[in-house]
Structure formats: C-alpha cells, structure tokens
Write a protein that binds this ligand. Sequence first.
Ligand SMILES: *Cc1c(COP(=O)(O)O)cnc(C)c1O
Length: 383
Amino acid sequence: MKLDAHARFSTRCIHAGQEPDPATGAIMTPIYQTSTYVQEGLGQHKGFEYGRTQNPTRMALERNVAAIESGVAGFAFASGLAAIDAVLTRLKSGDHVVVSDNTYGGTFRLFERVRRKFGLDFTYVDTSHLDRIAPALTPKTRYLFLETPTNPMLQITDIAAACEIAHRHGVRVVVDNTFASPYIQRPLELGADIVLHSTTKFLNGHSDSVGGIVVVRHEDDVEWMRFVQNAAGAILGPMDAFLIMRGTKTLDVRLERTNANTMEIAHYLEAHPKVVRTIYPGLPSHPHHALATRQMRGYGGLISFDLGTMDAARDFLGRVRLMALAESLGGVETLISHPAVMTHASVPVERRQALGITDGLVRVSVGIEDVADLRDDLAQALA
Ligand SMILES: *Cc1c(COP(=O)(O)O)cnc(C)c1O
C-alpha cells in the first residue's frame, strides 16, 4: 500500500498519512491510548517519548488532513477554538489582525475577551467587499483572518483576491475552512498561508467528537506550531484522532451527497410561499453566487431562510420531526437551529440586525438522509 504523490482527492482522504500498523499489519491505525513509551536505554527510543509530544494516532490524522488540504504539516488540537488560539500564539503583544466580520461567535469571543487582554488588536471588516481589506491594514497587521462562507448569512470572500491584497502588504492569510470543508475549497491552493478547521463539523462528520486542526505551508509556521502544540499542550486525544480519520475517509462521498441534498432543499425552500427569503450560495439569487461557483466545488451543506417572525420560526422549529433542533453542523444528520436565540444570542440586537440575523431566521445543516424524507419533513412543518 503506497500512496502516489499525485493521488487524487478521494484517494488522499482514505489513505494519506496512514500505513498498516508495523506490529500487526492492522489496516486501520490503532488508537494508541498511552501516555508514555518505554525507552530501550538512556537516550534511546523509537521517536516517541511522551503522549503530549508524540502520539501515532494523532500524527496519522495530522498527516492525513495536511495532505487533504495540500499543506506541508498539520497540528491537531482539542477543539476548533484551541486550534485558532494556537495560531494566535504566532503573534505578540501590539500585533493586529483583520478579521471577517460575522465570524464564528466563539472566535469573536476568544479574540475580544481573551486575546485582547494580551495586547492583540482586532479589526472586523466585511471581507466579501475586497475594497474594505486594504484600508483596514496597518503597519502592525500580521494576519488577515478569513471565514468563508460565514455563519449564518453565508457571505463569500474571494480567497485568492484577498490573499493578493494581504500579501502585497506582507500580511499572512489564515482561513477558517470549517463551513466549507476541503472537499469544497482548499484555501492553501488559492494562496492562503494557514488553514484551520473545527474538525467537530464536516471533517469528523458524525457528531461524536470535538476537535480542531491547523494546516500550514511555511517552514517557520511548522516549527512554531510543533513547538506550541507541545508547549501549551491543547492536544487532541488519540480516540478523537481515530474518529476524525474515520470521518475523513468518507469526506468525498459525504460532501457529494451533502451538496446534492442541500441544493434540492434550497430550491424547495425558495419556492415555498411561507419562506420570505432563502440564503444559499448555490441559488442565483445569492449575491455571491458567481464567486461561489468559481471558488467552491458545490455550495456546501448550510442554508439560512427567513420565516418572517419569531412566532413563525418557533412554530416551525417545534414541528420538525426528522430534523433535530441543535447547534453545530456538518454531521450526517440534518440539524436545524435558530441563530438569534441559539448561536448568536450573545450578539447585541442592533449588531444582529445589521448582519441580517432576524428573529425569523432559521439555519439548517443538511445531512445525507434521503432528500425526499427531508423535503417531507419541511412540508409538514411548514404546512
Ligand atoms: C464550530 C466552529 C468553530 C469552533 O470549533 P469548536 O470545535 O467548537 O471549538 C470555529 N469556527 C467555525 C466556523 C465553527 O463552525
């Protein structure tokens, strides 16, 4: 079993980073549930000393996702936020970051309530308007931190064009690729310097693990990330690494079905008389539809739609039967949520309204069930 360097995407998903276990030939990388490794003699070991520093299961996952994202090395963390925080440790007090506004709420909280205390500065701009990026950059700016598509308004930023602007100013680009997954877009191939994920979502894909991963392309980032993963220690455990690797093996087929199901549900919602507005990058009515068509492979598994009022939204959410009312996304099952009350409750009302997160807005993460059953569930809940 040898993976060719030019192996295509689905083959990389299944095989990259993994070899049959040298001890037994087990085709699946074992869960090395161990904190330490016995050394043969003083200063003599097999490259494994302590579980925080090295774990074969975690390292296989890191090689796997690095290959999937076309990077040179990956670093797995205990959650998506731990991964984002690790990327911030590249910076020092006084440094500045320009961030896509309408970024994931937990990211905003980490930046504003934790890292600002340590002297980092953040400016939020609508990066889907490229002309707003350069004016926000200062001599202290070190990162342009992009999220595309955004949650829940599904705004799209042109990654290649944003990288060109940032690089002209000597600024590195970090992309949170959680909402798309590497099946749909691979930011490093578009010029980004660092890509990261909450593996909790599409990469694991089965709603049974919380984790994060950072993939880098520059040697100085490899060195620092390896150092800080061990020094700060927010590592991913071996059981989670195993689960996520099981998830990445089916990323290609899961996302292909996700794309198809979601497109069909988006068309259904857009045509429904009780739906005031349907937001999906795959619909020609989406303001960034042309860019999404260029940049993404399919349009992903998330749709937001507006039912007009809080009452209508509450009524609908109480009636769905197959779709589960829950935060999170990217699993095989369809999840439905109400951003204003659930994920974005901590965002002040005026800011929510400015972003378009109305009281009638519902977000759905479309799973890979039979789409006819999903349509039936929507029909009865909207009736
Ligand atoms: C969920 C999510 C995160 C945070 O990941 P956790 O695994 O929950 O810590 C970060 N960014 C985006 C876009 C997310 O959806």
